[in-house]
Ligand binder design. Structure first.
Ligand code: ZN
Ligand code: ZN
Length: 296
């Protein structure tokens, strides 16, 4: 796991990969599998007092994460050593997995839960056989899944800045963590912001949440705003009789023997959904089963 010091990148540079990761997770677990993670990791389970013994304490937090991530047949052994990165895990056949944390966590215990959440999600993905090609994309997948399955608010909460220093864990930007947390919050009707202890976490969550709400307001969804609808109507006029159009604001038209159709990304799981163009249409996403009200 990487650790950002110095300049922290903001905004949404990994958004496409984050969305692909959400789709891949839904494909691998299915809608019922995702729903098993409806409850987020409890703050009390990540709490780590200075009076608690280091190794048993780290072991306790790891055990709680193994349980939260539904890895009953995995045992995680936590060690500390001098290292460049924040943390690392060796992915083996199991059932024992060794997670190494940077020595500095011996005295920065409040972020041990965040580091372990990311590393133990690596174990989950390894068990699921879910992997993206290349280190960068695979780490984005890991952070996204950690957040989507309810343990990633710890990673956003580990983002802290003051006048002289900054700390951030993971590959996603703080705003991207906020985005995934908000996508999850919209599905499971929760408010992760009440768990934040870092003053920088809340604004990042707000920025991510605005982006996530924007996904619900893109045409042809009925939640689209006036400007989006106008652009959509213009693109639709152009699409009639043509071979198809490039994706406009995330949607694309195809004109064929069956008439004009529009495809767009499901605002929940980002799988492509295709519906006929004929006014008001109610579609059900084939992957996450969300019912989508469209004005095509
Ligand atoms: Zn990692
Ligand atoms: Zn969907």
């Amino acid at each position: 796991m990487s650790e950002g010091g110095g300049q922290v990148v903001r905004g949404f540079p990994h958004l496409d990969t984050v969305r692909s990761a959400i789709t891949a997770l839904h494909r691998r677990l299915g809608p019922d599998g995702v729903r098993k993670y409806a409850t987020s990791f409890v703050p009390a389970d990540a709490a780590f007092a200075d009076t608690e013994d280091l190794y048993p304490g780290a072991q306790r937090v790891a055990g709680a994460l193994v349980e939260h991530l539904r890895l009953p047949k995995a045992r995680v052994v936590v060690g500390f050593r001098r290292m460049e990165h924040a943390a690392a895990v060796e992915l083996t056949a199991g059932p024992e997995y060794f997670v190494e944390l940077n020595d500095r966590f011996r005295t920065h215990r409040r972020d041990i839960g965040a580091a372990l959440a990311h590393e133990i999600t690596h174990v989950l993905l390894h068990r699921l056989g879910l992997e993206f090609r290349g280190t960068r994309d695979n780490e984005v997948l890991t952070d996204t899944v950690t957040a989507y399955l309810g343990a990633g608010w710890l990673l956003l909460d580990a983002f802290r800045q003051d006048a002289t220093s900054s700390q951030k864990l993971g590959y996603l930007t703080p705003d991207e963590f906020g985005y995934v947390l908000a996508k999850r919050a919209l599905v499971f009707d929760e408010d992760p912001s009440v768990w934040f202890t870092s003053p920088q976490a809340y604004p990042a969550y707000t920025a991510g949440r605005a982006k996530a709400l924007g996904d619900l307001r893109r045409p042809p969804l009925t939640g689209a705003g006036w400007a989006g609808r106008r652009r959509y109507a213009r693109d639709r006029r152009r699409a009639v009789g043509s071979a198809g159009t490039g994706p406009g604001d995330g949607y694309a038209f195809e004109d064929g023997p069956g008439g004009l159709r529009v495809s767009f990304a499901c605002p929940v799981c980002h799988q492509r959904v295709r519906v006929p163009v004929r006014g008001r249409v109610r579609a059900r996403c084939g992957l996450c089963r969300t019912v989508l009200e469209c004005d095509t």
